[in-house]
Design a protein around this ligand. Sequence first.
Ligand SMILES: Cc1cc2nc3c(=O)[nH]c(=O)nc-3n(C[C@H](O)[C@H](O)[C@H](O)COP(=O)(O)O)c2cc1C
Length: 360
Amino acid sequence: MPGNTFGTLFRITTWGESHGPATGVIIDGCPAGLALTAAEIQKEVERRRPIAGSKITTTRREKDQVRILSGVFEGKTTGTPISLMVANEDTRSKDYSKIQDMYRPAHADYTYDLKYGFRDYRGGGRSSGRETLARVMAGAIAKKILLQKTKTVIFGHTIQVGDLKVKTFNRSEIEKNELRCADPVAAAKMKKMIEKIRFTEGDSIGAIIEIVIKNPPKGLGEPVFDKLEAELAKAMMSIGAVKAVEMGAGFAAATLKGSQNNDQMIKKGGKVHFLSNNSGGTLGGISTGEDIIIRLGIKPVPSISKPLKTITKSSKNTEIATLGRHDCCLAPRIIPVAESMAALVLTDKWLQQMVQNSLR
Ligand SMILES: Cc1cc2nc3c(=O)[nH]c(=O)nc-3n(C[C@H](O)[C@H](O)[C@H](O)COP(=O)(O)O)c2cc1C
């Protein structure tokens, strides 16, 4: 019922509120014997952190220093629950005192009050993007297992901001710009557009990101409710502000004929090859071994300084302008989170596959 736990064999439980003392995760089911240091997890956490000096992201600044509290002894996982945490340091809760009795349009304020009759309004409480830090810490371990055991690599990139789309793809460019965009020319235009929207209009903007899972193990996913794409879609839709998920050709498949959409197969050099990847790496909910391609539609950040109509807790009409420290376009910050969610799903499914096929 409470919904803070994800996964079956590789299972995580995240905890913490945006302005509480700390944010953390418990990972249960991580196999014993994996070499693990806080520094490795820190590397992924740094990728989720707002970039210092950036004009397109929140100015909230925290060290986000990862602490391993349990489950690792002499540099190796012990097979017992791994508990990871970071302190919340740069909270300015008074920024939120004005909105404690109002609902930010498109944020979770209204529904949390509706459901619980009470909410931690400081920084969005549990609905804050800060919760995703816990997922990234767990995702760092899942990514390591996948790389080591199956040579699977997961990366994400921004492909659209507003109506600006990428025109080229150069993977080595992705981590070189603030947008995490593989087309540096498009990235520069996107950045300019975001700055204008933020500073001139007091507004925010939506985006599309793509997550690529390269060299995934074959055969992952269970018929019928636990299909791999169903699990991935749930994982992605559990991230705040993600409003759409498509796999492979996705919505574009609606415009294709079967002869165009069907990924034809040939055998060459003793191996099975697909001549295209419109299915996005799964058939019947089971991975084919082709790259798994997921695209996410991300809505504009709800908190904006442009005044909008809303209601108070006592249902009076009013206006709200959110003046705290907020992101303007979430694409680059959601990329490490979505990569982590993909890694968590794949690791969980890979462990299930190992158990299921252990007598084969
Ligand atoms: C990494 C990350 C950072 C976010 N930062 C902000 C922010 O600064 N301001 C804001 O209003 N929403 C932010 N959000 C989005 C809200 O958390 C989200 O829109 C809200 O919880 C409502 O959920 P929904 O959009 O899924 O309906 C962020 C989300 C993520 C994943």
